[in-house]
Design a protein around this ligand. Structure first.
Ligand SMILES: CC(C)(COP(=O)(O)OP(=O)(O)OC[C@H]1O[C@@H](n2cnc3c(N)ncnc32)[C@H](O)[C@@H]1OP(=O)(O)O)[C@@H](O)C(=O)NCCC(=O)NCCS
Length: 150
């Protein structure tokens, strides 16, 4: 699969999962050398992905995806930027599979809105704990919770 096909697949999941989805350009811009990405197929199996900046990603170009995560690897920790599952594939443990893959990158931090109970329950069930709270952080007035898994 080449990078533009991959971004097209991510874009579709984005549009199905978020009120304000990331665009093709935003996704493209975040897929640099610090990016770490996990994909699941429609059976919920993790797909191995290598060489993001290469045009020969080790994923079959015909594959369809049910969800993904996008994270950024930093010096001190990995930051989870996005995780999304297409609505028709939810509550089958697919996000949990992606969170397990992410755990391979050591210390992980993430931000979540108090207005997103599904994501909060997912992160709590994956062992994340709250380390900070930013009041009225999002445009809907909800707080931002910063969570960590050491
Ligand atoms: C949050 C999200 C990724 C969960 O994906 P999922 O594949 O349905 O989650 P899983 O089936 O792996 O659920 C794992 C656990 O998370 C919790 N959970 C997931 N969805 C939940 C919901 N709607 N309500 C309550 N708890 C939920 C449960 O503890 C669940 O375990 P259980 O099913 O054994 O009870 C999905 O709802 C989604 O894509 N939401 C829109 C995008 C989003 O908000 N992303 C996060 C912010 S970037």
């Amino acid at each position: 699969m080449d990078k533009s096909r991959l971004i097209g697949l991510l874009e579709r999941v984005e549009r199905s999962a978020f009120e304000i989805p990331w665009t093709y350009e935003m996704l493209d811009g975040s897929l640099d050398e610090t990016a770490r990405i996990g994909l699941t197929d429609v059976q919920g199996r993790l797909l191995e992905i290598k060489n993001l900046n290469d045009s020969t990603l080790s994923v079959d170009s015909e594959v369809d995806i049910s969800g993904f995560y996008l994270a950024r690897l930093g010096l001190e920790y990995t930051e989870l930027l996005r995780i999304a599952i297409r609505p028709e594939f939810r509550r089958r443990g697919i996000a949990r599979t992606l969170m397990s893959d992410l755990a391979g990158y050591g210390r992980v931090l993430l931000e979540v809105s108090t207005n997103n109970p599904a994501a909060r329950a997912l992160y709590e069930s994956a062992g994340y704990t709250t380390i900070a709270r930013r009041k009225s952080y999002y445009s809907d007035g909800s707080d931002c919770i910063v969570m960590e898994k050491p």
